[in-house]
Design a protein around this ligand. Sequence first.
Ligand SMILES: Cc1cc2nc3c(=O)[nH]c(=O)nc-3n(C[C@H](O)[C@H](O)[C@H](O)COP(=O)(O)O)c2cc1C
Length: 274
Amino acid sequence: METRDQTVFNENIHTKNNTASTPNYNNPAFTDHSFSEAERDALYQTIFSRRDVRGQFTSKPVPEEVLSRILTAAHYAPSVGFMQPWNFILIRKDETKQRVHNLFKKAHDEAADMFEGEKRDTYKNLKLEGIKESPLNICITCDKDRTGPIVIGRTHIKAMDLYSTVCAVQNLWLAARSEGVGVGWVSILDQKKLKQILKLPKRVTPVAYLCLGYVSEFFDKPELQLAGWLPRLPMADVVNFEEFDKTADDPFATSLLETLEQNQRSIEDGQYRK
Ligand SMILES: Cc1cc2nc3c(=O)[nH]c(=O)nc-3n(C[C@H](O)[C@H](O)[C@H](O)COP(=O)(O)O)c2cc1C
């Protein structure tokens, strides 16, 4: 049975009676360019059920056909000045994975010392990588010189090429989830040593070291949330008006914040659980 929150969420997120063949032009939330409800639902389901995967990888290989779709989705990400600064380095050899895993082990021990007391114990018990268990690792890199020194849009904020690469990471992560493939991002690594292992030129930054593979399960919530490390922030804490950290209490703002709260409650209650 649908709860009240789920009904509200449906009304908020879904365009009622909207299918690809019979667009509902009477609904103000629908335009000629909107997806059908089912199509849109699939996108939101992908977003809300995507997880960072560490301990649930199976050894089942990712077929070439699936991998090709995931990589293509990544390559079709937006990028500043259309510079497409990324490379996707596929790491299949146990030997390379072992070398990266050694980097992780060292950095992980160093990181543990940065936390205190109970947090340190919790940190030590968290599984924060699946380098060796996952059938495939992918390093996504950013080549800041891909299209020369002057790039439209990067003239004043130099990190835009890195942000573009992160867009490719997110495309890959979501495409993988829609294929039932888990992805885990490993960032507890000595970046310089990682560059040496993968023979990256000086101008190239390793942005994301990812573990990929089919999984025994996708958790409903982030592992860090389940472990009590941190909670999901309420949207009212992060949606501001006009200035940083500033709220508003006009009718539009009040209604929007209320709707966001309802949406969030229904997601946390398991809407889109798959
Ligand atoms: C930039 C970035 C780096 C991350 N590095 C790690 C990591 O080193 N190890 C790990 O276990 N998870 C890592 N994560 C995953 C986050 O912990 C995870 O996204 C967050 O807890 C929310 O969980 P979810 O992705 O399942 O929604 C990273 C995520 C991002 C975006």
